[in-house]
Ligand binder design. Sequence first.
Ligand code: SAM
Length: 285
Amino acid sequence: MNRDDTTRLHLKNAVKTLGNAGIPLARNEITQIISHFFSIPRYRAVTGDFRLSSPQWQQFQKAIQQRSSRIPLQYILGSCSFWKHEFTVTPDVLIPRPETEHLVETALNYLPKNGNEVVVDCCTGSGCVAISLAWERPNTRVIGCDISSAALKVAEENRTKIGVDNCSFLTSDMLQSLKAGSVDIITANPPYVSPADAPSLEAELSFEPAAALFSQKNGLNHIRTLLRQAPEILKKNGCLMFEFGYNQGEAVRKLAENDVSGRIRQFTIIKDLNGYERIGFLRYA
Ligand SMILES: C[S@@+](CC[C@H](N)C(=O)[O-])C[C@H]1O[C@@H](n2cnc3c(N)ncnc32)[C@H](O)[C@@H]1O
């Protein structure tokens, strides 16, 4: 068998293995694996116009086996693209989702280009939101908080790799470790999946940290805490913006209506491009 036949056979088997495992975009993922691990340009990876050594094929097989057991592709590659950068991801952090870029965009709309605001990104995980904001607004000071110190190690690695120095990380249970009246803007993508929904979730989610996904009380416990703590740590005119589940708009509206701080000056829900309510925006007096 010549080397081209070897490539063809490996690719054919990989498509079959991933197809049997129920992975819908098998060819696309195989291209990404080849291109990522062996620095083969995608146009060659996709057409099979490349050759690998035996140890490289073994590495490829290992990745295909991992993927066929439904380990998310981003954990296998160890990275995920978000906003304008490639972020390191490990099973200690949630894989950043494209929809969370909407939260970055929302915050950027309220952060003047050369302003020196203090921004807190609560539930920062890989640091994708905090680092993207710090990169876009170099004069701001961004603090990413998370309860998981393992996640914050990954966030710090991302900060160093991307090279922003106006961002730091703090271990904190929600906003508990922050000083009262010290923050201009809070962003958050908190856990918001109801534990009751766990059995119906796709297999890949079982590899992500449960603490990054699930929140008690129908997925709303963390959001409830955010709404309770935010008025305390925000400066006058400060803003809170946070992501929530596509079917939680009504519940979030009720939580905001029941606010006891008496400081909410503006409450808006922002829809995504598909028309789903996904971001809560509050401005406080
Ligand atoms: C949905 S993930 C968001 C990660 C990242 N911001 C993103 O958008 O990809 C939620 C994060 O909240 C963190 N978390 C869970 N409970 C928390 C708590 N009580 N206080 C602070 N962070 C918490 C998890 O460790 C996880 O990193």
